[in-house]
Write a protein that binds this ligand. Structure first.
Ligand code: NAD
Length: 480
């Protein structure tokens, strides 16, 4: 049994109450870790350490801070196989996905912001023969970073790296469902010699640790990624305290396929955008809209391709691993049941999957599932399922598909498949989402603004947006 610890003031520490939560391996359904069930007192220790470290850390030069971040990036890269295995075991995702996407992206996040901070600049505004204004951008102080379970180290470091690069001290909380790689990151920070208190990592539940971070008066900004209802709750506490808030929330992303697309490229990517990480990526396209003239062709080819996906033990060579928890498996299966009640026709999958090998018989697996014949306004097509479940719906015109695509409360990401340039621009402009991919999916340039509209969030991450979020601008006006 692996016993995790908090990382406070540069050292690993047991929770003050000595209580732990069971951590499960989704592929086996067995408990394999003990996770600190931290409380307010642990948050207070972390805030005290961060407050003490802030004057020193914020007064280092950008280059000095950058060196620490680069060191952390290098250590993550060096330990990639170990971290990828830990992520796969903790989350249920295929080892090959953790090795090729999750951990390399954590390496990149630290490296990207380590270098970005060296190029970060602020504005100046000249008033003819009168004055010059310049904008100082200073770190905020102690900030809170809270992340979800679907891309554990990837999303955790996506917040921590820009917060540290800009000179803030951080109190961070990974999801209690997948805390392992955040724990391993604390060991890496110790090895990298990161000064005590600069980064503090606390483990525990949302209601205990998460809300104590959100409501702590000394934590001046919250960067949160997770579900929309949690985001709402966080905003209701943090907004009246006038904290800076960045909220990256849920999605119900449309994937729009026009008859004039490159069919083979679309098909290959659509299998991926539907079922990568068992559909548990906030950017997965869960509502597939297909132009009527190619609907039957698409349907047959898609079912055929999906039927070839290998599902099973994530530590072996599979395309689909386990979903993250028993509760999540039950939620996904209940949505499949709802889809049937709403008149959906299950074209493929629809069930719990039980692998043949003994090790994984109690694991949380769900077959990749394709459903058709649902109204675009039904609950299955409006609510976030966040699993390996997609619906396919035919459409005639651009106008019609835009109405259907824009009908949900969400607006995170979308994909458009067409070889008509004008159409691509027209639809991209009118679609209500923060991110639009044309003839691709998940092609990421870390400099671009990342985030959603409507109930998918407030604010943007990535590039300058993240560096601006984690700094406070101050205008200085000097008269001639
Ligand atoms: P969640 O909202 O349940 O939990 C996210 C984090 O918030 C966890 O660390 C959790 O412990 C913490 N938390 C829970 N209650 C809290 C509270 N009251 N106060 C403070 N913190 C609290 O989300 P999840 O189930 O871990 O993740 C899945 C969700 O995340 C999906 O909705 C998905 O779309 C979303 N997501 C969004 C993005 C994005 O970039 N927009 C990326 C990944 C995941």
């Amino acid at each position: 049994m692996i016993i995790l610890k908090n990382y406070i003031n540069g050292a690993l520490a047991a929770p003050t109450n000595n209580k732990y939560i069971d951590g499960y391996e989704p592929a086996t359904g067995k408990v394999y870790t003990q996770i600190p069930d931290s409380v307010d007192a642990d948050v207070q220790l972390a805030v005290d350490a961060a407050t003490k470290a802030f004057p020193i850390w914020s007064n280092l030069s950008n280059l000095e801070r950058s060196k620490y971040l680069r060191k952390i990036s290098e250590l993550i890269e060096k330990k990639l196989p170990e971290l990828a295995k830990a992520e796969s075991v903790d989350n249920g995702k295929p080892l090959k996905l953790a090795s090729s996407v999750d951990i390399p992206r954590a390496v990149d996040n630290f490296h990207f912001f380590a270098t970005a901070i060296e190029h970060f600049a602020s504005e100046s505004h000249f008033m003819e023969q009168t004055a010059i204004n310049y904008t100082l951008r200073r770190p905020i102080g102690v900030v809170g970073c809270i992340s979800p379970w679907n891309l554990p180290l990837y999303l955790f470091t996506w917040k921590i790296a820009p917060a540290l690069a800009t000179g803030n001290c951080v109190v961070a909380k990974p999801s209690e469902i997948t805390p392992m790689t955040a724990y391993l990151l604390s060991e890496i920070c110790i090895e990298a010699g990161l000064p005590a208190g600069v980064l503090n990592i606390l483990h525990g539940t949302g209601p205990n640790v998460g809300s104590a971070i959100v409501s702590h008066p000394k934590i001046k900004a919250i960067s949160f990624t997770g579900g929309t209802s949690t985001g709402k709750n966080i905003a209701s506490i943090a907004a009246p305290m006038f904290k800076k808030l960045s909220l990256e929330l849920g999605g119900k992303n449309p994937n729009i396929i026009f008859e004039d697309c490159d069919f083979d490229a679309m098909l290959k990517t659509t299998v991926h955008s539907s079922f990568a990480n068992q559909g548990q990526i906030c950017l997965c396209g869960s509502r597939i809209f297909v132009q009527k003239s190619i609907y039957e062709k698409f349907k047959n080819a898609f079912v055929e391709k999906v039927s070839q996906l290998k599902i099973g033990d994530p530590l072996t060579d599979v395309n689909i691993g386990a979903v993250v928890s028993k509760a999540h498996q039950e939620k996904i299966l209940s949505y499949i049941q709802l889809a049937k009640e709403e008149g959906g026709n299950i074209l493929f999958g629809g069930n719990k999957f039980i692998p043949n090998d003994e090790r994984c018989r109690e694991g949380y697996f769900v077959e990749p599932t394709i459903i058709e014949n649902l109204d675009y306004r039904c609950r299955t097509n409006q609510e976030e399922i966040f699993g390996p479940v997609v619906t396919i719906t035919p459409f005639d015109t651009e106008e019609e598909v835009l109405t259907m695509a824009n009908s949900t409360e969400y607006g995170l990401a979308s994909s458009i498949w067409t070889n008509n340039l004008q159409k691509a621009h027209r639809v991209a402009e009118r679609i209500e989402s923060g991110i639009v991919w044309v003839n691709c999916w998940l092609l990421r340039d870390l400099r671009t603004p990342f985030g959603g509209v409507k109930s998918s969030g407030v604010g943007r991450e990535g590039g300058w947006e993240a560096l601006r979020f984690f700094t406070e601008p101050k205008n200085v006006c000097i008269k001639y």
